[in-house]
Design a protein around this ligand. Sequence first.
Ligand code: ACK
Length: 916
Amino acid sequence: LYNTVSCCLHIDVSVLQSFSNNATHNWEEIGEVDEDYAPIHTYQVCRVMEQNQNNWLHTNWILTEGAQRVFIELKFTLRDCNSLPGGVGTCKETFNMYYYETDGDRALKESRYIKIDTIAADESFTELDLGDRVMKLNTEVRDLGPLTHKGVYLAFQDLGACIALVSVRVFYKRCPFLVKSLAEFPDTIPGSEASQLVEVVGHCVNNSLPLYEPPRMHCSTEGEWLVPIGKCVCQPGFEEINGSCQVCKVGFYRSLLESLACSKCPPHSVARQTGATACSCEDGYYKIDSDPPNMACTRPPSAPRNAISNVNETSVFLEWSVPMEMGGRKDVRYNILCRQVLPDGRGLEECGPNVRFLPRRVGLSNTSVMVADLQSHTNYSFLLEAVNGVSELAKDHAKQYVSLNVTTNQAAPSPVSVVRKGHTDKSNIALSWAEPDRPNGIILEYEIKYFEKEQDSSYTIIKSKETEMVVEGLKCDIFGYVAFQVRARTSAGYGAFSRRFEFQTSPYFTAFTCAQKQYCDMAFIPMCLCVPSLRRCGYSKAKQDPEEEKMHFHNGHIKFPGVRTYIDPLTYEDPNQAVHEFAQEIDVSFISIERIIGAGEFGEVCSGPLRLPGKREIQVAIKTLKAGYTEQQRRDFLWEASIMGQFNHPNIIRLEGVVTKSKPVMIITEYMENGSLDTFLKKNDGQFTVIQLVGMLRGIASGMRYLSDMGYVHRDLAARNILVNSNLVCKVSDFGLSRVLEDDPEAAYTTRGGKIPIRWTAPEAIAYRKFTSASDVWSYGIVMWEVMSYGERPYWEMSNQDVIKAVEESYRLPGPMDCPEALYHLMMDCWQRERSNRPKFDEIVCLLDKLIRNPSSLKKLVNSSHRYEFTPQNNNVSKTSQSYVKSFILKKIYFENLLILMLKPNTNIYVFGFKQ
Ligand code: ACK
């Protein structure tokens, strides 16, 4: 009696004993034979003709071995009282089962026992069966829990039946020892509650480690392992073979947890021992830390080849080809060593800091460089060196250069870089300047060019052999400014002019303007800076433009101020990008899965606490994606998160985040204590006031108003897709366009292909897939009807085809029982054939608010003329259109094509859509 998930408890049938407080009321221990004449051992009692029977049979003390919930399977036969000769007498057809929990084995009075259940037979036997030797054996199973003591007694009470107890099997279920993903999970006893999950942390098998986090599984009360999280992988130097970790062979290595198998050492590297986590390089070959483990060992490159130079005055352009041998790497760079040949064989001297290398001197990735600002008529020697990532490591590797000797030409002097103003009066300015940084020869003279600021087409040039002079007879602009430029001349010709230097002549003007500091500063801004500063002003002005300021761009979509728009995740090339744009990634360690609350299309829906660092713990719902999914299923699953994450409204289910970096993939949302609205209403039939119901409808309408403002059409608005929290707040859920409809068990295929939840969908959406906020309004009307009838199924058992036809023929659902007329009118408005005549969601919210503010408007209930009377004479009622009258039905009798309902007195029932 032991299988993988359940284990029997020790129960010794031979020590079952009866209470013997009354010698005539005892069970008897009888050895019998079954139909096949095999011996069976039973306990029997059959005192059906005697009054006041109270016969007890109890078991020995059964150790429960820590199980919190045990199952009791009874096999018994029971005599049909009607078949007893001589009338029924006091004959019973049931017996009772009891239990008592204790921590030790001690005798107990039956009054201390607690009843488990009354046991009735599915099949009772008659005299005839006895004659035919037919054994009508009944099997009943009951469960018992939560148990808190070491053991339990069971007892069976007979009150006057004819019973033979053939077997009592007591067992509990457990999740068996399991090795999964290299983690061992011990044999585990489930929790006591029916939906409880026990989280078990797995132990990694020898030579393996947890990947990212310890592996976990959840043991269900049915003895099944569910929701695997995390896994183990073989530690470096080992690989997984047949569920265990085997050491890497010589010549092989495994370095990363992410890689699966041991790999052969890459070229120029070796692993001389087993269990290598990396391979070491052969002599003369090297590796740097950033080289991936599977990369070959490499060596420095050979020297660059075919170097040539091209001299232009005091600049040299150097060019070369890549080395013959790159060393096995792609990161080859070039360095230049520049040395000036000193006259008279005095050797070489490194080039000074004034020499410029374009783009740079070391770490060149291209095979050319421009060397500028050399001295004219000078010999230079350049050494070109190729290096790569391992050159630094290869210290004993002789450096290989290619060298180039170059002689520069004569060149004009470089520009004068500084001009200063000396003594100034109304029309004279004293100037001085520094010699150019690179005169490139002997300076013969300087040229000074000056002109009125802003009027450089008309200028004057004067010459000086010195580096200073007084410029006289200046003509100033209205602000007294004059601009100067200076250049030097050698035997190689003139150098370029310096930049403009602007100086003021008039002391009177200076005194006047500098009193106005701001104006003065502005006047001194060099012209070349003015242009960018003006441009900056223009830009910032544009930014201040109220319209521009308010326009935002998001992934190519223009978004307008105040109105956020829904972005279809389809517009993202990479759906993962959409998920992470709108949903926060949550580390799985912040989540504990405590129980399963339902089954979704993609896997279990669970609940548990979410503990984000620095945030208060909250209860969340966890939708999981079951293992073995395809990439498409993963995308479809996360699609909902990309949509939900864009919404932020108290009546829309809030997305907390997603778990995509570990498995299983999860969507985490706020937890809604009362689950889905349809089930919630059915469970609480008739329990709410009208105002409470209208409050729920108002919430749903407000959520839908938000969605329609965002430009999102839900397409599957129905009470089953609304969730309710502990404060009766309703929130719209289940997003995801066509995918949602694929999941919805209510969605049926239309003649045009797509799947549509017919009963909730507007005619134009069924006929030609015209889904709009107006079709959502139609569905909202159906949700109103579901709410006001406490979860009744719209159009009851009518077929989808009959519904389409009835709606087409202008039939509409009748007002639910006790529904305020104002609400029924609103429903009927939502079901206007012409979609433009249906109210908008903001109008619906507004109307519901009015009704809530003025509850007397809800007093008038829907007129009974909206209902059809169901009379016994109306015999032509077809089976599909028979009405469904919930708890008012006492009995249903089917007679040929008629359904006869026996109803409670004063029941007002309505029948919808029957055929005459
Ligand atoms: O009717 P229910 O209890 O409410 O059963 C379904 C089940 O999971 C499968 O969808 C429940 N459910 C889904 N999301 C949530 C949530 N955020 N909070 C509470 N229950 C949820 C739903």
